[in-house]
Ligand binder design. Structure first.
Ligand SMILES: *[C@@H]1O[C@H](CO)[C@@H](O)[C@H](O)[C@H]1NC(C)=O
Ligand SMILES: *[C@@H]1O[C@H](CO)[C@@H](O)[C@H](O)[C@H]1NC(C)=O
Ligand SMILES: *[C@@H]1O[C@H](CO)[C@@H](O)[C@H](O)[C@H]1NC(C)=O
Ligand SMILES: *[C@@H]1O[C@H](CO)[C@@H](O)[C@H](O)[C@H]1NC(C)=O
Ligand SMILES: *[C@@H]1O[C@H](CO)[C@@H](O)[C@H](O)[C@H]1NC(C)=O
Ligand SMILES: *[C@@H]1O[C@H](CO)[C@@H](O)[C@H](O)[C@H]1NC(C)=O
Ligand SMILES: *[C@@H]1O[C@H](CO)[C@@H](O)[C@H](O)[C@H]1NC(C)=O
Ligand SMILES: *[C@@H]1O[C@H](CO)[C@@H](O)[C@H](O)[C@H]1NC(C)=O
Ligand SMILES: *[C@@H]1O[C@H](CO)[C@@H](O)[C@H](O)[C@H]1NC(C)=O
Ligand SMILES: *[C@@H]1O[C@H](CO)[C@@H](O)[C@H](O)[C@H]1NC(C)=O
Length: 375
């Protein structure tokens, strides 16, 4: 047995390395599971730190999930060896950076899932210079900072994903969206923005989303939707499922347009369940049950006029204080006169004493005496 040690080790290494890097049909990367009939390869929860270089060329569905990839460099998936790769799931891989060209020119790629990765860097050129045929992109819980959102917006706006029909951006804690983010997605049908922290959509353009059917904005921090946004929703012919539940609607004057639109529109799912979150006296009131008299909109008090009234008030107070001061002076005029006399007399006495001292100092005979007495 001891003589066999080196031989056995050599054999083992040969098996591991030799078979691992072979390109023959029927081979499968170490730590992966290959289902040739289903054209599927799964490398799931294996702590992989890089994409296996020896993926079989028949693969259409590739799952590399729950590993430790950290970054996806250019050419991570060589297109010439993966001509049929259609669905790529890279969720939960601790990916922080997806670099330019990482997914370039995969000719058959239709579905990409990058969810559950703490991305801090995402190149707008991930798909290379030309367009990608991608149809579904999932980025749930993946956009860790604002710069990643801006890169994504740049990628979408560049027109690289003109065939995209489904975009999932839920669970990202997004506050505001870049204004023109969705302007180059003519094929988009489903947009999921649920479970973020969106506070408004004021400048976000939905124009050009002629195919959009479903827009999920539920579980955000929306307080109101303005006329501009409502007009865009009205103008989208295919949009039939808008989710607005679990938001923080502020039921003051500004919500009138939203309420009017809700009452007439059949685009919103579960609109009966939408309720006010502010102000306190409206808490829990159904938006559909609000009418004009609840909102007290007749007397808008804007900030500049409030400031103006406070300045006028300050002026009046100052004038009053001045008048009272003058009145006090006037009432005490006799006392003041007497007091002035007293001061004048005191001054005069003092000045005379000074004058006397000066004369003594000026007398040469008395100078010595004076300076001696000073010491
Ligand atoms: C992956 O790494 C973790 C911790 O480093 C370990 O607990 C786990 O067993 C590893 N999984 C595999 C399949 O090696
Ligand atoms: C990707 O894999 C994750 C984890 O297995 C799964 O939850 C998710 O649904 C998959 N994504 C797609 C688009 O199938
Ligand atoms: C988008 O889809 C159309 C029709 O399916 C196809 O002709 C076109 O090549 C696709 N665009 C890209 C960039 O693959
Ligand atoms: C909502 O998003 C937060 C992150 O912003 C996440 O932690 C939470 O699990 C998500 N909730 C659901 C139900 O997906
Ligand atoms: C919107 O997302 C929520 C989860 O946040 C989900 O429960 C709901 O079904 C979705 N609505 C639509 C219309 O997709
Ligand atoms: C809504 O958001 C809160 C806070 O982000 C989260 O805890 C909750 O799970 C979310 N619910 C849904 C249905 O997404
Ligand atoms: C909206 O756009 C206007 C100008 O187009 C700009 O002044 C304003 O700051 C923007 N608001 C937000 C919340 O981005
Ligand atoms: C919003 O539009 C409606 C008509 O579509 C109009 O009556 C209303 O005055 C507008 N509101 C604002 C704040 O411009
Ligand atoms: C407003 O709603 C209240 C009930 O919430 C109702 O009694 C009242 O008549 C309504 N006023 C108008 C003008 O519709
Ligand atoms: C509107 O004004 C009336 C009295 O004018 C008051 O009783 C009511 O609470 C006010 N409603 C709101 C929502 O401020």
């Amino acid at each position: 047995m001891p003589g066999c040690g080196a031989l056995c080790l050599g054999l083992l290494l040969h098996v591991l390395l030799g078979c691992g890097s072979a390109q023959q049909p029927g081979s499968c990367p170490a730590l992966c599971e290959c289902l040739e009939a289903a054209k599927t390869v799964k490398c799931v929860n294996r702590n992989l730190t890089a994409v296996p270089p020896d993926l079989p060329s028949y693969v259409r569905n590739l799952f590399i999930t729950g590993n430790r990839l950290a970054r996806l460099p250019a050419g991570a998936f060589p297109a010439q060896r993966l001509p049929d790769l259609r669905a790529l799931n890279l969720s939960g891989n601790h990916l922080r950076a997806v670099e330019a060209g990482a997914l370039a020119a995969l000719p058959a790629l239709r579905q990409l899932d990058l969810s559950g990765n703490p991305l801090v860097s995402l190149s707008p050129q991930v798909f290379g210079e030309g367009g990608s045929p991608l149809e579904e992109l999932a980025l749930r819980g993946a956009l860790r900072d604002h710069s990643v959102l801006l890169s994504l917006a740049a990628m979408l706006q560049s027109g690289a994903l003109r065939n995209l029909s489904r975009l999932e951006l839920a669970d990202n804690g997004l506050l505001l969206l870049p204004a023109g983010m969705f302007t180059a997605l003519p094929a988009l049908r489903q947009l999921d923005l649920s479970n973020n922290s969106l506070v408004g959509l004021r400048n976000v353009s939905f124009q050009g989303l002629g195919q959009l059917q479903s827009l999920n904005l539920s579980n955000n921090s929306l307080g109101v939707l303005r006329n501009g946004t409502l007009a865009q929703f009205r103008g989208l012919p295919a949009l039939r499922h808008i989710g607005l539940g679990r938001n923080t609607w502020v039921c003051d004057c500004a919500i009138e347009d939203l309420v009017a639109w809700l009452k007439e529109s059949d685009q919103v799912e579960g609109k009966e369940a939408l309720t006010c979150a502010y102000p306190d006296k409206m808490l829990g009131k159904a938006l559909l049950k609000i009418n004009g008299s609840d909102l007290n909109c007749s007397m808008p008090v804007d900030l500049p006029s409030q400031l103006q009234t406070s300045y006028v008030f300050l002026g009046i107070v100052l004038a009053l204080i001045g008048a009272i001061f003058l009145l006090v002076l006037y009432l005490n005029r006799k006392g003041i006169k007497k007091w002035m006399h007293n001061i004048r007399d005191a001054c005069r006495d003092h000045m005379e004493g000074y004058h006397y001292r000066y004369e003594i100092n000026a007398d040469p005979r008395l100078t010595n005496l004076s300076s001696n007495s000073d010491v």
